[in-house]
Structures are given as structure tokens and as C-alpha cells.
Design a protein around this ligand. Structure first.
Ligand code: SF4
Length: 625
């Protein structure tokens, strides 16, 4: 019997309204841990190469890990993953939700959802029972309304994930939303749910997760919560969460401003952490967390809006809006419609710049609140310019043309998150090589980089990046627990070894955890290459040309720009250290050392792993595979 893991998946076929519980082999748990590890392995095994992301054949995965919901700090997390409709590669995100807790208590580590319901449905799981509930009365509701109605229909203790109109209309950067504002799956996981006619999943679990040492875990959990409260930055974190990053980014010329033309914003103070504190009404957070980082404020319409740095930077500075209550309204709209707020801010900034340059007929101006609100609604319902922007910034730039691909701020189709990199080559490489496109989650390198020396392109940066990606993008995403205790409060990694021992009865050395992370990240890279086939090239690991060609014109770092040659050398060094060839494709020997021998054979059939030609493509213009 497996301990720590439930040992079961729930396999759901929406074509047939059928759900089947399946046991999985312990070797999967030991080699991939859970969360992102399970997700990529299932997607690799079950998807045909070239699966259309919004087709019934794509699989939507909700995955937990061995530490999810076992009582330890910040463990109420869930990974949602699929082949992304925005990027055409591997896509995932994590979210704090009671659905994670209930899924494990219902006896499942992972849900695998395939097919497409004929009419909108809600999947209701209650322990071992499953029903498909008609969702016609829910279709069209926003995610907050959906949550409220489903709580009334089922139970306040149920775990619920749902989509809003953005997901229903298959906006390519729609997210899955839970608990009024906790959302996940930047690269279009909400659109996948919409394509399957799946409005929501409601999970009620009443069982127990079997642990190797339940008493030991209880004590460790209490000790962990206490330890966190003793950390010097705990109190300030509770006050501001990630919002203090607005001031940090502004001070360091990294605050994305006017579609990443600049790194400083003259109204930054008005949208920063201290301004937020003046209008804050409460803290909100994920389940099983005692460092709740969601800052709830009243928005300009008197509604609650939960703020964090990325959303505020992208819906504030990046689009020239300096009124925090108004930014909070846009943030609330993003959560209600079920948009990824980072990508939303990014496509809005792109549209504003295109409008300013006279490349589109529509007038959409920097910082004009009413115009922005109207455009957000149009994106959600795919009307007019909204239809173009709903496809994401890469596709929008293909429509707009006129060189706009150079300031379409994305990597591999995923819009850049909220750090300007004109003067941060290490962070630029982190975006370039992230597992899902230009996202900061795997490697938030910028604070370290600023201290270490931001102008250098040396191997120390490459080493640090790989180390960070393995821990954050590998271990934390597979354990499926929040990384903030570790990287914000200095909660040491040894805690997670102890938690794993108490949960599973097994010892995991750091070397083993790194090996698992490496396996997961290599399989993610292999998935991308398999899907892109001959269109794959190292150019896909290069961030937007704006950062190389258009120097900052304001702030202390005025004149800064990335050096293309040096970036390219750094990318080569990165590939060598990862065991990848000059295209950024894992070598056969690398995959085999990680036990991915069968995967190497499959990949070789699509892209020769040895003696390969270099494939040239136009920078940043690789078409959707
Ligand atoms: S620190 Fe924030 S993101 Fe992490 S679990 Fe707590 S509320 Fe969620």
C-alpha cells in the first residue's frame, strides 16, 4: 500500500459522461512525485503528437502531490495542466483551492479529464461517487457568481474550480478560478475547460489521507507554522504580501511600464504596497496557509478585489494607470471573467501601443479607465478588437504586422510577466527557458541578480538559474506546495524532506529530489520539442526584441539594453549545463540518464537527437505548431 499518495487517479471521459478510478504504479510516484511531474508524464503518454489543444482529445489534468493537504504550511495547492492553446506547448499553473484538499480526501491524487460534454456540465465528485450535472443555469455566470451558486447547491465545505465567460469563450489566456479570486493556468487552462463544456468541478471528500507517520506529521506541521511566525519578514509579508515588489521594481528600473518600453512609472507610488495598505480591508489566502498573501481592498466600485504584485504591475504601470482603486477594479474584472491578469495587462499594453502608432483603427489610450474596461469586456466576449486580443499577443502581432512582433512581449506565445529585463540578462534567460513560456514562477532570479551584479552574463548566473529552476519549477511544483515560505521567509528545504518522510515513509535526499526535478523539466522540454517538431529552434528561447533594440529612455538605468551576442552565449552555456544540444533539445544521453529511454526514442522519431541539422527560423515569429 502506498502511503502519502492515494495511489489513484480519476479518469473522466466527458464524451460518455463516465468516470473511472484507476490505480497507478508506485514507480510513477517515486520518479515524478506528483503535481507537475504527474501532469507532464500523463500528457506525454496520453496525447498524440499534434493534438489540437481545444479539441476533445486534449487532456485537462488537475494534480496534487504527496504533501498536498496533509496539514503542513501552505499545502492547499493544485496544479492544472494541458497542452496549451496559447503556446502550443506544455502549459500549467498552480492555484490555492479547497478542491486540492477535497480531491485528496476523496481518494485521488489526480483528475484526468478528456472528451467534450455535448452540453455544459458540472462534474460533481463526492468521494467515490461521480455525477454530471446539467450546467445550463450556470453557463454565462462569472466565476464569483458560479462559486456562490455552487456553494448553495452543494456545500460550503466543497472544493470548487470553475470558469467565467473568458473560459467559456475560449479566450486563449483564460484561467481556472477558485474561491473568488484564486486562479491558475495562465496559458489557457480555462479555455480548455470551456472547450470541453465543463463549467465547474465540485469535489467533496470526507476520507483520510493515509500517512506513514501521522503523529509525526501533526507535530512537524505545528512546528512548521510556529517556525514561519518567528521569521523576521513574517509580519511585513502579512501586511503587504507580494505588493511591496512594486516599490522594489520601481527602485530597480524593472517595473514594466507602457508595454515594457520603460522600467519606471511616474505614478508607481500610488499603486505600491504602502498605498495598498491604506485601503486594505483584509487578508485572504489559500487553504492551510498562515502567511496569507492576498490583500483585499475595496475597488473603485466598492467591490472586494484581491491584489498581488503581478496583477497590479500589469494592470497598472504597464498600461499607464496609476489609480489603485481603478486598477483593483480591472483586477476584479479579470478574476470575474476568468482571465490571466498578467496576459490581460500585456495584450492591453500591446493594443495601446498599436493604437498610439496608428497601426489599428481603434482608439485605446494609456491609462484611460473607461476605455480599458470596455475593451476587457470585448476580449471576454470576443468582439471587435477583443477578438484579435483574445488570441494572445503573439497572434495579435501577426494580425497587426508592421514590425509589432518586436514589441509583442512574449516568449513561446506566453506573455511576459511583470519584470522588465532591459537591464536583467539573468531574468531574461529565466523567461527564455521557463517551462511554460515567459513566466516568473520557475525562476524569480531578479532580486538575486540585482545584488549579484545585473550587468554580467557570466556562468554564475546560469548556474544559479538552473539551481532555482530545479527547486522552484521542479520540486515545489511536484510536491505541489507554495514556494513562498522557502523563497520569501527563508523556510529551509530540510523541512520538506522531513514532511516527505512523515508522509511517505521514504527518504528523499536533495540529490534525489534534484534528479526528479531534472527528469520533470527535461520531459517538459521534450514535450515542447515533440509538439513543435521541425518548427523548434533556439530562437524560441530568446526574449522579445524590444529588450535588445530599444534602450530605456527614463530612470537611473536610462540607455540600458540587453546584448544579443552575450545573451546567445549565455543560452549556449545554459544548454551545455542542461545536457541539451545547440537547438535546446535534450540529448539522448541526457534523457537516458534520467530514465527517460522510451521518451528519447519517441522524441528521436520527431526530431533526430544526434547529428541534427541546425534549424533556422525568424526570431519570435515561429508559427503556432
Ligand atoms: S503564501 Fe500566498 S500563495 Fe502561498 S499558500 Fe499562502 S496565500 Fe497562497
Amino acid at each position: 500500500m502506498m502511503l502519502g499518495w492515494t495511489g489513484a487517479f480519476l479518469n473522466v471521459d466527458l464524451n460518455k459522461n463516465k468516470a473511472v478510478s484507476e490505480k497507478y504504479d508506485e514507480s510513477l510516484a517515486l520518479n515524478f512525485l506528483g503535481g507537475r511531474g504527474f501532469a507532464v508524464k500523463i500528457l506525454w503518454n496520453t496525447l498524440e503528437q499534434g493534438t489540437e489543444p481545444l479539441s476533445p482529445e486534449n487532456k485537462l489534468i488537475f494534480a496534487t502531490g504527496p504533501l498536498t493537504a496533509v496539514g503542513l504550511p501552505n499545502s492547499g495547492k493544485l496544479v492544472v495542466a494541458a497542452k496549451s492553446p496559447l503556446t502550443g506547448g506544455y502549459g500549467d499553473g498552480n492555484m490555492g483551492t479547497m478542491a486540492a484538499v477535497n480531491m485528496r480526501r476523496a481518494g485521488y491524487d489526480t483528475l484526468i479529464i478528456g472528451g467534450k460534454a455535448q452540453t455544459p456540465v458540472i462534474l460533481h465528485i463526492r468521494d467515490k461517487d461521480c455525477e454530471f450535472v446539467d450546467a445550463k443555469d450556470f453557463w454565462g455566470l462569472n466565476s464569483f457568481e458560479t462559486h456562490e451558486q455552487l456553494i448553495k447547491k452543494f456545500s460550503r465545505a466543497a472544493g470548487i474550480v470553475s470558469i467565467g465567460p473568458a473560459g467559456e469563450n475560449q479566450v486563449k489566456f483564460a484561467t481556472v478560478v477558485s474561491q473568488e479570486g484564486r486562479s491558475g493556468g495562465r496559458s489557457g487552462m480555462g479555455a480548455i475547460m470551456g472547450s470541453k463544456n465543463l463549467k465547474a468541478i465540485v469535489i467533496e471528500g470526507t476520507g483520510q489521507i493515509l500517512l506513514a507517520d501521522p503523529n509525526g506529521m501533526r507535530k512537524l506541521a505545528v512546528d512548521g507554522y510556529r517556525e514561519l511566525q518567528t521569521k523576521p519578514s513574517y509580519a511585513f509579508w502579512k501586511r503587504q504580501g507580494t505588493m511591496s515588489t512594486v516599490e522594489f521594481s520601481q527602485e530597480n528600473s524593472a517595473l514594466p511600464t507602457f508595454n515594457y518600453r520603460e522600467g519606471v512609472f511616474d505614478k508607481a507610488e500610488g499603486i505600491g504596497g504602502f498605498s495598498m495598505e491604506k485601503i486594505k480591508v483584509s487578508n485572504r489566502g489559500c487553504p492551510q496557509c498562515n502567511m496569507t498573501c492576498g490583500n483585499v481592498v475595496k475597488d473603485s466600485e466598492g467591490k472586494d478585489s484581491e491584489l498581488d504584485y503581478e496583477n497590479i504591475a500589469m494592470l497598472g504601470a504597464d498600461i499607464g494607470l496609476g489609480n489603485l482603486a481603478q486598477v483593483a477594479t480591472l483586477n476584479r474584472m479579470a478574476d470575474e471573467f476568468g482571465f490571466d491578469a498578467i496576459s490581460l495587462g500585456n495584450v492591453l499594453g500591446f493594443a495601446m501601443e498599436a493604437s498610439e502608432k496608428g497601426l489599428i483603427a481603434e482608439k485605446i489610450r494609456w491609462g484611460q479607465f473607461e476605455e480599458i474596461k470596455a475593451l476587457i469586456v470585448d476580449i471576454a466576449y470576443r468582439r471587435g478588437l477583443g477578438e484579435v486580443l483574445a488570441e494572445g499577443v503573439r497572434a495579435a502581432s501577426a494580425v497587426v504586422g508592421n514590425g509589432s512582433s518586436e514589441w509583442a512581449m512574449h516568449v513561446k506565445g506566453l506573455e511576459v510577466s511583470a519584470y522588465d529585463c532591459h537591464a536583467a540578462p539573468g531574468m531574461a534567460l529565466a523567461y527564455g527557458t521557463s517551462s511554460i513560456g515567459a513566466h516568473h514562477k520557475d525562476a524569480w532570479l531578479i532580486t538575486w541578480e540585482i545584488k549579484a551584479g545585473r550587468e554580467s552574463y557570466d556562468s554564475e548566473k546560469v548556474n544559479r538559474l538552473i539551481e532555482t529552476q530545479l527547486i522552484r519549477g521542479g520540486t515545489f511544483e511536484a510536491l505541489t506546495v507554495c514556494r513562498f515560505p522557502y523563497n520569501q521567509l527563508g523556510f529551509q528545504l530540510e523541512w520538506y524532506q522531513k514532511y516527505l518522510r512523515a508522509a511517505t515513509g521514504k527518504e528523499f535526499s536533495f540529490e534525489q529530489l534534484n534528479q526528479i526535478s531534472n527528469r520533470i523539466l527535461n520531459l517538459i522540454r521534450a514535450f515542447w520539442v515533440r509538439e513543435y517538431k521541425e518548427k523548434w529552434s533556439r530562437d524560441l528561447d530568446v526574449p522579445p526584441m524590444r529588450w535588445f533594440k530599444e534602450p530605456l529612455t527614463e530612470g537611473a538605468l536610462k540607455g540600458s539594453v540587453l546584448d544579443y551576442e552575450k545573451y546567445d552565449e549565455m543560452l549556449t552555456a545554459y544548454y551545455e549545463k542542461r545536457g541539451w544540444d545547440e537547438r535546446g533539445v535534450p540529448k539522448q544521453s541526457t534523457l537516458e540518464q534520467l530514465g527517460l529511454t522510451e521518451e528519447a526514442k519517441t522524441l528521436d522519431a520527431y526530431v533526430k537527437l544526434e547529428n541534427k541539422p541546425i534549424i533556422n527560423t525568424t526570431l519570435q515569429n515561429t508559427p503556432f505548431p
